[in-house]
Design a protein around this ligand. Structure first.
Ligand code: GDP
Ligand code: ZN
Length: 277
C-alpha cells in the first residue's frame, strides 16, 4: 500500500492544546474539519487519488483571488480555474480583488470583471498605489480565515502590506520554487490580522488546479450554468456538441458569457485527457 500523504494536522485545524509547563505545548486533540482546501498533483488518475491529495488549509472561510487591471493584463481563464477549485472545495465566501485600477479607465476594467459580479461573485476594485478600496479589503479580512492568491506581480504583497505591514508575506511565494516537485513539504503558517482573523501563508495554493474534478461534474462549478443544465436534452450532456444543449443555447442567446463557456470547454478537454475512466 502506498503511503498516505494526508497530514494529521494542517493550518486552520482546531485543536486542543496542553501546556507542558515549560513554555511549550502539545496537541492533545484535533477536532473534525468543517472543510478543507486540498491540492491533487497532476499526472493522470488511476483510482489512487487519495494518495496524492494534500490538504493545504482547513476550515477556510474565504478566498480572495487577486488580479491586476493591467500590468500584468487580467487572465480570466486562470480566474475561472481558481473559481472551480473554490466551488469544488465549498469555500463559503469567494472574492475577486482587482488591483491596480489606477492604471486603466474604470470602463475598461469593469468590462472584464463585471460579468463575474453579475453571476454572484464579490468583485472589489482596489489600488495599493492610490489606496482605493483598501478599507473595504481590510474589513473583509476581519475575523476570517482567508487565503489570498493570484498570479505574481498583480500586487498581492503590496495590498496586504498596505493593510498591515507584516501581512505581505502571506501570499504563498516563499517556497514557490520548491512546491513544484512531487514530494516536497509545504510549509504553511497563519498570519494574525490585527483585530482578529488570519491570512494563510500557503505556498501550496499556487499549485492548486482542478485536477480532482471529474469532467462530468465540472459544469456544476460554473455557478451561472446551473439554471440551464436541467434543460439539456441529454441528462449526461457535456455541453460541447450534443444536440438540444440548453447551455449552448443560452450562450448563443447572450445569457451566459461566451468567455466563461469557452473556459469550461477548455478545462473539460484538459480533464478528459487526465482522467482515465
Ligand atoms: P505580488 O507578486 O502579487 O505580490 O505583487 P507585488 O506586490 O510584488 O507588486 C508587483 C508590482 O506591482 C510592484 O512593482 C508594485 O509596486 C506594483 N503595484 C502593486 N500594486 C499596485 C497598484 O495598485 N498600482 C500600481 N500602479 N502598481 C502596483
Ligand atoms: Zn448541454
Amino acid at each position: 500500500m502506498q503511503q498516505q500523504r494526508q497530514e494529521l494536522c494542517v493550518i486552520g485545524d482546531r485543536v486542543q492544546m496542553q501546556h507542558n509547563g515549560d513554555g511549550s505545548g502539545s496537541i492533545v486533540q484535533i477536532y473534525p474539519r468543517d472543510r478543507a482546501l486540498s491540492r491533487v498533483e497532476p499526472g493522470g488518475f488511476s483510482g489512487t487519488q487519495a494518495e496524492r491529495q494534500q490538504v493545504i488549509v482547513a476550515n477556510l472561510d474565504q478566498t480572495i483571488f487577486v488580479f491586476a487591471a493591467a500590468n500584468p493584463a487580467p487572465h480570466p481563464r486562470m480566474l475561472d480555474r481558481f473559481l472551480v477549485v473554490a466551488e469544488k472545495a465549498e469555500i463559503p465566501s469567494i472574492h475577486i480583488a482587482v488591483n491596480k485600477v489606477d492604471l486603466i479607465t474604470p470602463e475598461a476594467v469593469h468590462h472584464i470583471f463585471d460579468p463575474y459580479a453579475r453571476i454572484g461573485y464579490a468583485v472589489h476594485y482596489v489600488s495599493a498605489q492610490s489606496g482605493e478600496g483598501l478599507t473595504e479589503l481590510a474589513d473583509l479580512l476581519h475575523d476570517q480565515l482567508s487565503v489570498l492568491t493570484g498570479p505574481s506581480g498583480v500586487g498581492k504583497s503590496s495590498l496586504l502590506n498596505q493593510i498591515q505591514p507584516d501581512l505581505g508575506r502571506a501570499v504563498g511565494r516563499v517556497s514557490e520554487a520548491t512546491t513544484k516537485g512531487r514530494h516536497t513539504t509545504v510549509y504553511s503558517e497563519l498570519i494574525p490580522v490585527a483585530g482578529g482573523g488570519y491570512v494563510a501563508d500557503t505556498p501550496g495554493i499556487r499549485s492548486i488546479a482542478p485536477w480532482d474534478v471529474e469532467p462530468t461534474e465540472l459544469d456544476a462549478y460554473f455557478i451561472e450554468f446551473k439554471p440551464y443544465i436541467p434543460h439539456c436534452r441529454y441528462k449526461d450532456c457535456m455541453h460541447s456538441d450534443e444536440p438540444g444543449c440548453a447551455l449552448r443555447a443560452a450562450v448563443e442567446a447572450g445569457q451566459v458569457s461566451r468567455a466563461r463557456y469557452e473556459s469550461y470547454l477548455k478545462l473539460q478537454a484538459e480533464l478528459n485527457e487526465l482522467y482515465i475512466y
